[in-house]
Design a protein around this ligand. Structure first.
Ligand SMILES: NC(=O)c1ccc[n+]([C@@H]2O[C@H](COP(=O)([O-])OP(=O)(O)OC[C@H]3O[C@@H](n4cnc5c(N)ncnc54)[C@H](OP(=O)(O)O)[C@@H]3O)[C@@H](O)[C@H]2O)c1
Length: 237
C-alpha cells in the first residue's frame, strides 16, 4: 500500500502549474487532496483534471483573516505544500516599491501566514516552493532571488520549531507552467529554447519534475530542513 494512502494533503496554489501537478501526484497515490487558491473557476477546472479524492477551497494567502478563518476549522493535515505566489519582478532600480512589497507579501508572507497556523500531524511535512534564483541570482530579478532565499531560510528554522513535523523546500529552475503565459507564445518558446540549450539537462523543467521532488520529501521520514534543487543544473551552469 502507498505511504500516502488516505493521507490528508493540502496544496496551496494547487489550481495551476507546480501545485496542480503536485496535487495530481498525491491523489494518484491515494491521498485525500485539498487544493486551495484564489480563483474558484481555476480550482474547478483543476479538480476536473485530478483523478482521485480531491476537494477545493477558495483561499487568498495575502488575506490574513481568510487564512485564520480557514485553519480555524480545517482540521489536521498530514502533508502541506505551498506553491502559491504571484510576484511582479524586475530590476531593483526599476521595479516600483509597491510591486516589490506585493511580491514579498504574496510569496514569502503568504507562505508564512499558512505555516504559522496550519495543523500538521507529527511526522507529517510542510514543503515550500522557492526557486533557484536564491543561489544563482539574476541582475534582472534580484528581489525574486531574495524572496526565495528567505523562504528557504524560513523552512530551515521551522524544521527546528515545528519538529517532529518535517519542513523542506523544493527549489525549481525554469519550469514550463502557466506562470509564463504572461509572455506571448513566441517569446516564451524563445526563452524555453535558450534555457534548454544552456542547461546541463538540455531541457526545460515540467511541473511533474517538481511534484516528484515534493512527494519524495513528504514520504522520506529522514528529510527535514532540506532544500532540493530541481533546476536542470541551472545553479551550476
Ligand atoms: N514556473 C517556473 O519557472 C518557476 C521557477 C521557479 C520558481 N517557481 C515558483 O513556483 C511556484 C509555483 O509557480 P507555478 O509555475 O506553478 O505558477 P502558476 O502556474 O502561476 O501557479 C501559481 C498558483 O498559485 C495560486 N496563487 C497565486 N497567488 C495566490 C494567493 N495569493 N493565494 C492563493 N493562491 C495563490 C494560483 O491560483 P489563483 O490564481 O487561483 O490564486 C496558482 O494556483 C511559485 O512560487 C513560483 O515563484 C516557478
Amino acid at each position: 500500500m502507498s505511504k500516502l494512502e488516505s493521507a490528508k494533503v493540502l496544496v496551496v496554489g494547487g489550481s495551476s502549474g507546480i501545485g496542480l501537478a503536485t496535487a495530481k501526484a498525491f491523489a494518484e497515490q491515494g491521498a485525500h487532496v485539498v487544493i486551495a487558491s484564489r480563483s474558484a473557476a481555476k480550482l474547478e477546472t483543476a479538480v476536473a483534471q485530478i483523478a482521485g479524492k480531491v476537494t477545493h477551497v477558495v483561499l487568498d494567502t495575502t488575506d490574513e483573516a481568510a487564512v485564520e478563518a480557514f485553519f480555524a476549522t480545517s482540521g489536521q493535515f498530514d502533508h502541506v505544500v505551498i506553491s502559491a505566489a504571484q510576484t511582479p519582478g524586475g530590476p531593483a532600480r526599476k521595479l516600483p516599491l509597491q510591486d516589490a512589497y506585493t511580491a514579498m507579501n504574496s510569496k514569502f508572507w503568504g507562505a508564512y501566514r499558512v505555516a504559522r497556523l496550519v495543523d500538521i500531524a507529527p511526522g507529517g511535512s510542510l514543503t515550500f516552493v522557492s526557486g533557484f534564483l536564491s543561489v544563482r541570482p539574476s541582475g534582472g530579478s534580484v528581489l525574486q532571488g531574495a524572496i526565495n532565499a528567505a523562504l528557504e531560510a524560513l523552512a530551515r528554522g521551522l524544521a527546528l520549531e515545528l519538529a517532529p513535523v518535517r519542513v523542506n523546500t523544493v527549489s525549481p529552475g525554469l519550469i514550463a507552467t502557466p506562470l509564463w503565459d504572461k509572455l506571448d507564445a513566441q517569446a516564451r518558446q524563445t526563452m524555453y529554447d535558450g534555457a534548454a540549450a544552456r542547461l546541463p539537462a538540455r531541457r526545460v523543467g515540467q511541473a511533474e519534475d517538481v511534484a516528484n521532488a515534493v512527494v519524495y520529501l513528504a514520504t522520506t521520514p529522514f528529510a527535514t530542513g532540506s532544500t532540493v534543487l530541481v533546476d536542470g543544473g541551472g545553479a551550476i551552469a
